[in-house]
Ligand binder design. Structure first.
Ligand SMILES: Cc1cc2nc3c(=O)[nH]c(=O)nc-3n(C[C@H](O)[C@H](O)[C@H](O)COP(=O)(O)OP(=O)(O)OC[C@H]3O[C@@H](n4cnc5c(N)ncnc54)[C@H](O)[C@@H]3O)c2cc1C
Length: 423
């Protein structure tokens, strides 16, 4: 099929942090961009765990891509799923068979759960990467609670989170808080006392990339909130009602969250570009794909390094900055100037452990300042409000988060697509 429109200079696949930043910058400079996403929205992953624990609704973590680009006539948003990529031709094919070509191609299609071939994991757990995942998980979580409320016996309910990185810690912490603060209010103390939250990881501590101080703080805080930690033993398999560890421990499980790892999504695999760690593309330091002209791979789809050769983590801030940087390099390509290696402005990283409690390792490289507790919580708040796309969401978040956290007030939201509990 012929390309629908051949006048695009740049095709961007993915409207996440990286794709939006690239398209915005290019559009502002008068470059004609086609931004393709399979969803009509830009999702904000750092808050997905709050959707998954029924504390936030979808509109607080997703913003319409058309709204983001409303004032940018150079950027056309296209709702379509990319199913084929030809890097040499800078051409993509969408699921309806249409093809789109540009002078440049930007692959910013993010990641998906990596189950590492763990038996039962793909069918029996809920991953947490997208809004869709979070709605499915939140719907299932709330259905299990409603069912338990209806039956009202003394059986225990077990919620198991696999993966002790930031996503797992945040999810387990938020589940424990929902049990402690929300259930007595919205259901009953009796139901709350029947719930158990577990966090499982093969390494002996939580938050592996963080300092010992942060790890210890997170561990103490989670235990204090009643999260049962199962650390240092890998998961062997997931059965319909248990998570079985390598040492034979069988943790009863009514709902299992998979926060055990990520790999690049299928767009990258379909591109035929050589894949490195996590199925991602090892990009050059100017963010171009190796061995092919005019193709950039960004964010969670790439293994990126900074201009000093340091490997960069899969973080929203890296993806956001890479998007802006790739746009500058594309402009350099267009104007015949040399491209520049990606300079990442490292502000550190952080994770929310619970209400008013976070860990933050602030500042660049080895001189990071380690914060834990309410100060880290404020740092988390500041950084994430900055990352949130759209002034309306920023205002809402700013107005409600601090008071909600401090006052222990929490909502129990309605999710539009509740899932069924596992049989
Ligand atoms: C639960 C969770 C919590 C996180 N918390 C933090 C945090 O606190 N701080 C932080 O800095 N980072 C955090 N991250 C990491 C951060 O969200 C990611 O690094 C970042 O979103 C990567 O941006 P991206 O643009 O590469 O990909 P994404 O934001 O994932 O965007 C990819 C886009 O591509 C689209 N897409 C995918 N496949 C196709 C296709 N076939 N066709 C068309 N479109 C497609 C998707 O719909 C999506 O819009 C978190 C991640 C998760 C999962």
């Amino acid at each position: 099929m012929r390309p629908v429109d051949e006048n695009y200079e740049v095709i961007v696949v993915g409207g996440g942090f990286a794709g939006v930043a690239a398209a915005r910058e290019l559009g502002r400079k008068g470059v004609r961009v086609l931004l393709i996403d399979k969803n009509p929205y830009h999702q904000f992953q750092p808050l997905l765990y709050q959707v998954a624990t029924v504390q936030l609704g979808v509109s607080e973590v997703a913003r319409s891509l058309r709204d983001i680009f409303r004032g940018q006539p150079n950027v056309r948003v296209l709702l379509a799923e990319v199913t084929g990529v030809d890097p040499a031709a800078k051409r993509v094919t969408t699921s309806d068979g249409r093809t789109y070509e540009g002078r440049f191609l930007v692959l910013a299609s993010g990641a998906e759960a990596n189950f590492f071939n763990t038996p039962g994991a793909e069918e029996g757990t809920y991953p947490l990467y997208s809004v869709e995942d979070a709605v499915g998980l939140g719907g299932s979580f709330s259905n299990i609670l409603e069912e338990a409320d209806r039956v009202d016996d003394s059986s225990e309910l077990h919620f198991v989170v696999i993966g002790g990185g930031p996503t797992g810690v945040e999810t387990a912490g938020a589940m424990a808080e929902t049990v402690k603060y929300v259930l007595p209010d919205y259901f009953s103390q009796r139901l709350a006392s029947r719930c158990r939250v577990h966090l499982v990881d093969m390494v002996p501590n939580v938050l592996p990339p963080f300092s010992d101080k942060s790890k210890e703080y997170a561990r103490r805080r989670l235990s204090g909130m009643g999260v049962q930690l199962h650390l240092g033993v890998p998961v062997k398999e997931i059965t319909p009602d248990t998570v079985v560890l390598n040492d034979g421990t069988a943790i009863p499980a009514d709902l299992v969250v998979w926060a055990g790892g990520l790999k690049a999504g299928p767009v990258v695999a379909r591109s035929g570009l050589p894949q490195g760690r996590g199925g991602r593309i090892d990009v050059n330091e100017d963010l171009t794909a190796p061995g092919v002209e005019g193709v950039y791979v960004l964010g969670d789809a790439a293994n990126m390094t900074d201009d000093k050769g340091n490997k960069l983590p899969q973080l929203g801030s890296c993806a956001l900055q890479a998007g802006g940087w790739a746009a500058k390099n594309i402009l350099a390509d267009i104007e015949g100037r040399p491209r520049e290696p990606f300079h990442y402005s490292d502000k550190g990283y952080m994770a929310m452990v619970g209400r008013g409690a976070a860990v933050a390792e602030v500042g660049p490289g080895p001189d990071r300042k380690v914060l834990a507790g309410p100060l880290a919580f404020l740092a988390w708040l500041g950084v994430h409000v900055f990352l949130l796309s759209g002034s309306l969401q920023k205002v809402r978040a700013l107005a409600t988060w601090p008071s909600d956290y401090i006052s222990h007030r929490r909502s129990f939201v309605v999710l539009s697509r509740p899932d069924k509990p596992r049989a």
